[in-house]
Design a binder for this molecule. Structure first.
Ligand code: NOJ
Length: 561
């Protein structure tokens, strides 16, 4: 891998959910020219890479993660010329464009699947097709081949009479999984990645890429959790090495989305000697409010567990020579301020604290559109406003389980992926400056003038200004980019603290994750160090003191840099 830890540690990436970022042609849907029109804004943040979610032709069952043609642009998002212009204009501003490669599955509308349906055996071998259990013979479906459930609810298997088989879909029924054991599939996907590389993109995010290698035998999984048994499968490392090598992307920025993964595998995915990926997204820190590990069962966040996860992954990846992508938000997660912060009284303080908490860690931070202005969850009052296939499926599942409509809506309000997909809030106009027309997904009910780019650009104390500082500090201070991380005991679960060290340079970061004051142990050798950054004004630690009382959601960084 061409990149050193030093390089990776200096990078900050920004994620764009194209459908909701900026609509240039007034159809209520974001598009490529819309992104191009905002490149100056993106450059003004100080970020380096822009990851754009899929804009390839797609029936949009899963908003573009159901790809029907990997090598073209969906007309709703623009043209290939628009894409080339975006890449050119981004480059002119020192920004690299990263594409989202959805190589674990296609859409049922992809030509490969269509040919398979039409009886072409070559393309039938592109997918994972099986006979049913207890089938009496051809034409009799029997039962699904295993008890696996798909990510969006229901069986992961679909009987297809035209194939006379069940096909595997780990996500929506319209997203059949590709069979990576077939070398022809791997060849075809190498060609896809290489063709985008040749168009001038600077990096790739690989969607659920640790699900590409299925187990040799498809056995039932405990609780039907097929994802657990499919994750980090037998050939995944070998397939990734092959893809990176053959597509010629070893010197580009690469990040893999790793579902239900392990630390051990993530070290392997990212340690330079493996020649796989630069970094990984894992989601363990975003499950601390899932009761019993179930996304659809609400629970207050377990902050002690959150600390444990960050410590395990921060220190563990470091020990193994791996590299983390650092993030709170993306297009699948609720807004972090609504989730771990405070939407009202301490909106600004908690947004800054949460941002600072991950931006000083060891890894590469990713900012999701709107996070930098503290955008909040959607708070939709009725099911009619939701669009996401997962939300709509689970609403029904929750009702079927006996929940009332009110309870089901409360669950969606906390967990729906639409929470993060509401239109970007550029200004205080009716549709937030995102579009002139009614957007494809309604604005967040918490949209207000203070939570817009326009308002925050005028305010030196804004969340936006704070994000810019965080980005600039990472580039300025090698201890943030390269330093060793270790977690500190604070004496309370509500306050998370860690230290970064590089030679003589050191910083200590304190984050109060609570809306109450908390007194922490503050007796380390660093206690007289100057405050480098804080989210309350003029706070100091007593250089003689043994303890320090933190304000609600207070964030403080001390250090010698
Ligand atoms: C992960 C993506 O982030 C999500 O939006 C999508 O639904 C699934 N992968 C399936 O592609």
């Amino acid at each position: 891998m061409a990149r050193s830890t030093r390089d990776l540690g200096k990078i900050v990436a920004y994620q764009i959910y194209i459908k909701s970022f900026c609509d240039s042609d007034g159809d209520g849907i974001g598009d490529l020219p819309g992104i191009t029109s905002k490149l100056d804004y993106l450059a003004s943040l100080g970020i380096d890479y822009v990851w754009i979610t899929p804009f390839f032709p797609s029936p949009q069952r899963d908003n573009g993660y159901d790809v029907s043609d990997y090598c073209a642009v969906d007309p709703v998002y623009g043209t290939m010329d628009d894409f080339d212009e975006l890449v050119r204009e981004a480059r002119a501003r020192g920004l690299g464009i990263m594409l989202d490669m959805v190589l674990c599955h296609t859409s049922v509308e992809h030509a490969w699947f269509q040919r398979a349906l039409a009886g072409d055996e070559r393309y039938q071998r592109f997918y994972i097709l099986r006979d049913g259990r207890g089938s009496a013979g051809p034409g009799d479906p029997g039962e699904p081949p295993s008890n696996w459930q798909c990510a969006f609810g229901g069986s992961a298997w679909q009987w297809e009479p035209r194939l006379g088989k069940w096909y595997l879909h780990m996500h929506d029924v319209s997203q059949p999984d590709l069979d990576w054991t077939n070398p022809e599939v791997r060849d075809a996907l190498v060609d896809v990645v290489r063709s985008w590389r040749d168009r001038g993109v600077a990096g790739f995010r690989f969607d659920v890429v640790n699900l590409i290698s299925k187990p040799e035998v498809f056995e039932d999984a405990p609780g039907g959790n097929g994802r657990r048994v499919v994750a980090d499968g037998p050939h995944v490392h070998e397939y990734l090495q092959e893809l990176v090598e053959r597509a010629g992307i070893g010197d580009m920025l690469t990040v893999g989305e790793m579902a239900s993964t392990t630390l051990e595998d993530c070290v392997r995915y990212t340690a330079p000697a493996s020649r796989e990926l630069n970094m990984v997204f894992n989601f363990h820190h975003l499950k601390v409010d899932y009761r019993g590990g179930n996304k659809w069962e609400l629970m207050d966040p377990d902050i002690a567990r959150l600390r444990e996860v960050f410590q395990t992954w921060g220190e563990g990846m470091q020990a193994g020579g791996g590299w983390n992508a650092l993030f709170w938000c993306n297009h699948d997660q609720p807004r972090i301020v609504s989730r771990l912060g405070d939407e009202t009284v301490y909106w600004k303080e908690s947004a800054k604290m949460l941002a600072g908490m991950i931006h000083f860690m060891r890894g590469t931070p990713y900012i999701y559109q709107g996070e930098e202005i503290g955008m909040l969850n959607a708070h939709y009052p009725s099911i009619g406003q939701y669009r996401d296939v997962e939300s709509l499926n689970y609403y029904q599942i929750l009702l079927d389980q006996g929940k009332t409509e009110k309870e089901a809506l409360e669950t969606l309000a906390a967990r729906s992926r639409d929470n993060s997909r509401t239109p970007m809030q550029w200004n205080g106009e009716r549709y937030g400056g995102f579009s002139e027309a009614a957007p494809w997904l309604p604005m967040s009910a918490r949209f207000r003038k203070e939570i817009t780019v326009e308002a925050q650009q005028k305010d030196k104390d804004s969340i936006l200004a704070f994000y810019k500082k965080l980005i600039a500090m990472r580039k300025m201070y090698p201890v943030i980019a390269e330093g060793e991380i270790s977690f500190l005991e604070t004496g309370t679960d509500r306050v998370l603290a860690y230290q970064r060290k590089l030679g003589e340079q050191q910083i200590v970061v304190f984050c109060n994750l609570d809306g109450e004051k908390h007194t922490v142990k503050a007796d380390g050798a660093w206690r007289g160090d100057p405050v480098l950054l804080e989210n309350y004004e003029a706070r100091q630690m007593d250089p003689e003191g043994e303890t320090y009382t933190m304000e609600p959601y207070e964030f403080m960084v001390l250090g010698k840099v």
